[in-house]
Design a protein around this ligand. Structure first.
Ligand code: SF4
Length: 268
């Protein structure tokens, strides 16, 4: 009898896991394997030469924070006002040559009291046109990644290292990033999220002041002025490198654990 109950519970758990994985596949657009089953694409990828294999020694994840204290009355309005004032400064900024090619600045968007803040590289063609971060194809993938975590775009904050579009979507030059970083630092100070997620190499290197590659940085927690920071792949990279969505999903799950978000279905 006990055995029958155990197998019924195991089947129910498996069904829940399968439903959850199908939902993640739908949102995130890749094949999440069931435990013990490897992706064909990942399995067929050639192994890195022995001398170049990346040591997998991620830093231990910070413990989940205690439940956030309720915000004092007026705090949301205070942060919105501070962000609006900073946005006005950014709109008037001509501190680096990127101002010459912009249609408009792209400040950032989302919840001023967000617990999770994503940071990308800079505006592209669509963002420059619309004044919103991450609105092109990469933005649609980021939306699905956020949804797969059980959140919505309105519940997080999204910003970039530089606020003006680099010509031809090139990587911003160091001098441009140095000129623009004070704005991002102030955005982070105002929002004070529980955790930061750097999307891609440029954001990770700018925030961590390192030259290490994103392949080495991703999936590990670092400290950014007292805030845990986890780098992962940029959605644009993931659009071109489908098999690495598996690694990005592992990174997002680390963020979910830190934020206390359930990893199973039926969560919201
Ligand atoms: S990229 Fe940043 S520093 Fe350069 S002009 Fe735009 S807002 Fe100013």
């Amino acid at each position: 009898m006990i055995k029958a109950e155990n197998s019924a519970a195991a089947i129910a758990r498996l069904a829940r896991e399968l439903r959850f994985r199908l939902e993640v596949n739908r949102l995130f657009g890749w094949q999440v394997p069931l435990r013990g089953i490897r992706l064909a694409a990942a399995a067929s990828r050639p192994a890195a030469p022995a001398g170049k294999r990346i040591a997998r020694r991620p830093a231990p994840a910070p413990p989940p924070p205690a439940l956030p204290a309720p915000l004092p009355e007026g705090e949301r309005a205070r942060r919105l006002a501070l962000l609006a004032a900073l946005d006005r400064e950014v709109r008037a900024c001509r501190s680096c040559p990127l101002c010459q090619g912009r249609t408009q600045t792209v400040f950032g968007a989302g919840d001023p009291c967000a617990r999770l803040m994503f940071i990308g590289e800079g505006p592209g063609f669509d963002e420059d046109r619309l004044g919103e971060p991450f609105v092109g194809k990469a933005g649609q993938l980021l939306d699905r990644m956020i949804q797969a975590m059980g959140l919505s775009r309105r519940e997080v904050y999204i910003a970039n290292v530089v606020k003006c579009r680099p010509p031809d979507n090139r990587v911003p030059f160091p001098v441009e990033m140095i000129a623009c970083m004070p704005y991002l630092r102030r955005q982070i100070e105002i929002i004070r999220p529980l955790v930061l997620c750097a999307l891609g190499s440029t954001a990770a290197k700018a925030l961590l002041q390192t030259t290490e590659s994103i392949s080495r940085l991703r999936g590990r927690f670092f400290d950014y002025q007292g805030i845990p920071l986890l780098p992962t792949f940029h959605p644009s990279y993931l659009l071109r490198n489908e098999p690495d969505k598996r690694l990005a999903w592992e990174d997002l799950q680390k963020l979910m654990r830190l934020l206390g978000l359930p990893l199973a279905p039926g969560r919201r």
